[in-house]
Write a protein that binds this ligand. Sequence first.
Ligand code: MRU
Length: 353
Amino acid sequence: MIDAVSYHSESGSLELLDQTLLPVEIRKVRCTSEHEVAHAIVSMKVRGAPAIGVAAAYGIALGLASKANQSGDFNSALDAICKLLAATRPTAGNLFWAIDRVKRVVLAAAGGDFIKGADLALKEAHAIKAEDIAMCRRIGEFGATLLKDGETWLTHCNAGALATAGYGTALGVFRAAREQGKNFKIFVDETRPLLQGARLTAWELSQEGFDATLICDNMAGSLIRDDRVQGVVVGADRITSKGFVANKIGTYPLAVLAKYNGVPFYVAAPESTFDMSLSYGDEIKIEERDHNEVRFIGGVQIAPDNMPVYNPAFDVTPPELITAIITDKGIIRPIYGQTIPEIIGRKRPESLS
Ligand code: MRU
C-alpha cells in the first residue's frame, strides 16, 4: 500500500511522499517541525483532505516536542501550533477535525508538560492514521456493492491512497471492487490546474495494473453522453449536514452532466469529512490559490504574464445532484433532511482552534 504520510520514530520526523514531483520523481521530504509540516501542506507536497488531517496531527506532535526544552506557556504554545496548521488549507474539513481531536486529547491529559503533550499528540496521530485506513476500507466495501461487473466509471482529481492514510476513498471503491473479483474500467479526469488526476490517480492506478484511461477534463461530457460511463465517483473535502459537498474544482459540472444523462454520481468520504456545524454549501470556505497555477503547466508558461486569473481550488455540489454518499458507516441515499445525521450520528462539538 502507498504510504504517503509516515512517522519515523528513530529520527523523530514525518516523512511525506512529495506529491508535487509525482509521477516523474519519487522523493520523500522530511519534516521535523510544525513549520515544515505547514509548508508541506500549503505547497501540496501532501494533499487530499484526509492525508492533510493526518499530517497536521503529526505536526502538532512535532511542534510540542521541539519546544520541550524551552520555557513558556504550554497552552499558548499549543494554540500557536494549531493555528499555524489550521491556516494552511481552509476547505479541507479533515484538517480542522484532526487538529481539534489532537488538541482536546493533549489539553485533557498533558498537564502543561511539553514532553507528555508531544507523546499524547503522537499517539493520537497514529490512531487517526490507523482509523483512516480502516474507514477507507469500509468505504471501499460499501462502494464496491454499487459497481457492477463490466461497468466503466469516471473519477476526478485524486481521492486515493495518496490523498488519505492509504487505500483511498473513491479509489478505495475500485480497490475493493477488484478484491471482490469484479472487472471494470476507469476513466481518469486530468484535473486542471494541478493535474492531480493525470499525475497522481493515473500513477496510483497504473502502478497497480487497473484498466484506467486518462482523459482531459473537457472530454467527460461527450463520454457520458455517449453511454461510455455507468457511474462517477469522487472524494470530498468537506460535507455539510444537509449534504452539500465541497470537492476539487470541476466536480460540480461532472455532477450536472451525470444528472442530465441519468448516470449515478457518488461521493465517497469518511466520517471525518462531515462538518455537522455547517448546513449549506455557501457556508464552506473555498480556497483560492496562486494565479500562476493557471498561467503555468509543469513550469511552462501557457498564458500572458499579466493575464487576470481566477483560481478557486474547490466547488460545491448540492445534494440533489448526488445519487448517494458512500461513507464508512454505510451508504447515505437519498440525501435530504435527517439522512446524514442519522448515519453519521454525531453533532460536531464546537471547534477549539
Ligand atoms: O487540492 P487537493 O489535491 O488537496 O484536493 C483533493 C480533493 O479534492 C480530493 O478529492 C479530496 O480531498 C478527497 S481525498 C480522499
